[in-house]
Each structure stands twice: as C-alpha cells, then as structure tokens.
Design a protein around this ligand. Structure first.
Ligand code: KG4
Ligand code: ZN
Length: 333
C-alpha cells in the first residue's frame, strides 16, 4: 500500500509517501523557522497563513521526488490533532480535497501516535514499551501496548519540555528553535554550574516545567543575561535540569510498569544530552532504549503516513466527515 501523509499541526508543512507502512519513498518538509524566529516561538496566525502558501507545492514536490502521480497512491493520511487549529485545518482541507478528487480513502491521524510510530520506518521495536513523546507541545509518557493502543501514564501539567527550551532561549537572546540553540550554547559548559530545580521529583509520572523556566527567568532578572563566558554554563545547567527530569520519570515509569524497553520521540528527542543520559540510565537498569534518527524526531509526514497505513488497512475511511481537532486526545483515533 502506498500512502500519502500530510502534516501541518504546528510550524512544519510536510508531505511524505510511505510504502507498506515502513518504507519512506519521498518526503518534503517546508520549515517556517525564519518566519517565527523574530518572535522566539510559533505565531499561530503566521503559521496557518504559510501552510496555505506551501501545502500544495509541498505535496506536488513529494510526488515528483518519488516519480509518482497522485492517482497512484492508495490512501491519504493527515494529522487531525492535537495542534494549532488554524494549522491543522489547512492540512485537513488539503487532504479532503485530494481524497475527494482522487476518490481515495482518507484517515485522520493523532500526532502523538505518529511520533511514536516513526521508529518503525527505521527498525523493529517490540511491543509493549514505554513511550515518551517530548516536543514543543507535549511531554507525555505512555505504555505503547500495540500499534494502535496507548495507555497514558503521565503528562506535563503546564509547559512542555520543548516549550521551556524555547522560552528560556528567548530569554537568553538565542535563536528559535530554542532547544537547538541551547544545546549548541551548552557545548563545553559545566552542567553543575547552576543548581536549577528538578521539577516534580516525586513518585507521580506527570511533569511540570514552568517552575524551572521561572527559576531561569528570575536568575536572568537578578543577574542579567549571562555574558559570553557564562552562557555555556547557564545553558548546560538548564539543559541538565530538563534532561535529568525526563530521564528520571521515564526510568521510573518503565520500572513501575515492569517493562524493559523505552522509545523516545518528538523534537526534544533530538537532544544529544538526553540521548546520552537516557542510554546510560537505561543500561544501568538493563533496559533497551530507542530513538528515531535525529531528522525524524521533529515533525514530519512520514510518521503520519505510517500510522495511516495501519488505519487504512482496517478498511477505515473518515471521508468528508473528517475534521481537525486541536485538543484530540490519544484515544480518539
Ligand atoms: O516535535 P516537534 O518538531 O514539534 C512539536 O510537535 O512540538 O518539536 C519541536 C520542539 C521545539 O520546542 C524545539 O525547541 C525542540 O523540539 N527541539 C529540541 C532540539 N531540537 C528541537 N530540544 C532540545 N534539543 C534539541 N536538539
Ligand atoms: Zn510533534
């Protein structure tokens, strides 16, 4: 089965063609980083307007890259939520128009489920496993019981980890996306230089990053933005606090659920410090940990096509009833 995936839930406008749910044939991702950079975060209105400009060329270029015609795909999968409603609507409307004109089945995909599926484009990873989705909009722990079964264990009660990176980067005058620039600024810095709080260190599997963000803001307010020499220590210490919290909760979740495999996905999963510390933490417990390649951690449409493949195989067709849902939860797929 050849599936066209479309993703427009936030600030990436992406299309991909995936065969049999596992083989990525072609993909195109139009990034909006230059548009949102001056604001230090995604501006929803600007995001949806740019999606409108890019969505058709992105889909056309994806088919051209694969050397295929739109009528040759067997179905269409589009992110239906969660995400920014204006952005989601552009992808959903494009997908509906295409499905209607080509007379192809159409399914709406949950963005979190898609992040947790992308690894299967690169390797096998047995079920059940603990899944951590950590991105600009989400920090959520699940038991991934099977391809279409997610049991939620915990989530952030306020900011997502990526959002904390983005906001603190803005505070430090670093460029968007903040996670990338904080990781870069942290190189060579001392992660123990500043003792930032490790939020919610208790037994619950929920997260909270707003206190950590405030601690960073208070420090900048009191002492001013760190000068060139101190910036790497500040960035490394902040990054360490986020990473320690993610590692601790993920290991605790895996122990509590008596599982031995961990999958990490989403934009923050690209962070090398997180990858290294979770590897070490998992190894100490005898757990196996898997991360998608860095390029597949951030938003893409290959992950959407991969989930769409298994949904379409069940005979499902959301057709013209499909609607975008900004608050779509994990179980409404
Ligand atoms: O998955 P994603 O592309 O979009 C959402 O679904 O939110 O994640 C984007 C987030 C941004 O907050 C960005 O700062 C963060 O992922 N991010 C990183 C890194 N690369 C992207 N955070 C930490 N380290 C990175 N290397
Ligand atoms: Zn995402």
């Amino acid at each position: 089965m050849l599936i066209l995936g479309i993703e427009s839930s936030c600030d990436e406008c992406a299309a991909a063609l995936v065969a049999d749910g596992t083989r990525l044939l072609a993909q195109k991702i139009a990034s909006q980083i230059p548009i949102h950079s001056p604001y230090g975060g995604v501006v929803p209105e600007l995001a949806s307007r740019d999606h409108i400009r890019k969505i058709v060329p992105v889909i056309e270029k994806t088919f051209a890259q694969a050397g295929l015609e739109p009528r040759e795909c067997d179905g269409i999968a589009v992110t239906a939520g969660p995400g920014l409603i204006g952005s989601l609507l552009v992808g959903v409307m494009a997908a509906k128009a295409l499905a209607w004109s080509l007379e192809k089945p159409l399914v709406g995909v949950n963005h979190l489920q898609a992040h947790l599926r992308v690894i299967f484009l690169e390797r096998e990873f047995p079920y059940p496993h603990v899944g951590l989705v950590v991105s600009g909009g989400h920090t959520s722990l699940f038991v991934v019981e099977g391809p279409d079964r997610l049991k939620p264990l915990g989530r952030t009660l306020d900011d997502a980890a990526g959002e904390a990176f983005d906001k603190v980067a803005k505070l430090l005058g670093l460029s968007y996306p903040g996670g990338v620039s904080i990781e870069r600024a942290a190189a060579g810095g001392d992660p123990r230089a500043i003792d930032f709080p490790r939020p919610m260190p208790g037994k619950r599997l929920d997260f909270s990053f707003s206190g950590l963000k405030t601690a960073a803001a208070v420090r900048v307010k009191q002492a001013g933005a760190p000068a060139a020499g101190a910036l790497s220590d500040f960035a490394a210490s902040f990054q360490e606090a986020v990473v320690d919290t993610l590692v601790k909760k993920t290991i605790a979740a895996t122990r509590r659920e008596k599982l031995s495999r961990i999958l990490v996905a989403g934009g923050v999963a690209a962070n090398r410090r997180l990858r290294a510390k979770l590897e070490v933490g998992a190894r100490a417990e005898g757990f196996e940990v898997a991360f998608p390649s860095i390029s597949l951690c951030t938003d893409n449409a290959a992950m959407v096509a991969a989930v769409g493949d298994s949904m379409l195989k069940t005979g499902r067709d959301d057709g013209m009833q499909l609607d975008a849902n900004a608050g779509l939860s994990w179980d409404v797929t």
